[in-house]
Design a protein around this ligand. Structure first.
Ligand SMILES: Nc1ncnc2c1ncn2[C@@H]1O[C@H](COP(=O)(O)OP(=O)(O)OP(=O)(O)O)[C@@H](O)[C@H]1O
Ligand SMILES: [Mg+2]
Length: 165
């Protein structure tokens, strides 16, 4: 198939143009107020996306671990998986930290001792960007990335998203 450009030059296109994949949408569900439906929203969103066969990555950042319990992924701080290494280690491998939950959903669980990481991140200038940098390694594998619950002193959107250039 040949297409004319506005200047009249002819450019050669392949038979089927590859469909341009939109960038993953990152959804941050955060509120310092308890009991406002953060976990419920994240879980239902993940379920609805799976039913629509959309690839999603769900991230639990809450030491209460309610999303992790719902997904039946219970870990402790020494497991070396889940959100802790992604918040604290530059050399963590994000793929090693996640758990597949069915064909469409991957999940990164929290651990119940995450409060101590919060204190660490608040005084570490690199800390708040570490998760964002790890997330960039896999973000193109997903259509949606859903993270719930921030730490009181940190901005969840800032922790997840690259600034616009
Ligand atoms: N849209 C809704 N309509 C009615 N009830 C809801 C709705 N969303 C959540 N709830 C109920 O509100 C309660 C709190 O929800 P949830 O645990 O999701 O809040 P949360 O913000 O994650 O709480 P926490 O801050 O403790 O983690 C639950 O009992 C849940 O079933
Ligand atoms: Mg919750």
């Amino acid at each position: 198939m040949k297409k004319k450009t506005p200047r009249g030059n002819v450019v050669q296109l392949s038979e089927e143009e590859p469909e341009k994949k939109p960038p993953a949408r990152i959804i941050a569900i955060a509120s310092n107020k308890g009991g406002t439906g953060k976990t419920t929203t994240a879980m239902n969103l993940a379920g609805a996306l799976a039913l629509r066969e959309r690839r999603a990555l769900v991230i639990d950042l809450d030491p209460q671990c309610n999303a992790s319990i719902t997904f039946n992924v219970i870990i402790d701080k020494n497991t070396g998986k889940g959100i802790r290494p992604l918040l604290t280690k530059e050399d963590a491998n994000i793929k090693d930290c996640m758990f597949a939950r069915g064909q469409w959903c991957d999940f990164i669980p929290a651990d119940p001792d995450l409060y101590d990481v919060h204190t660490e991140l608040a005084i570490d200038p690199r800390g708040r960007f570490r998760l964002r940098d790890h997330l960039q390694q896999v973000i193109n594998s997903y259509e949606y990335s859903i993270a719930e619950r921030s730490f009181p002193l940190l901005n969840l959107a800032e922790m997840l998203c690259q600034p616009r250039s």
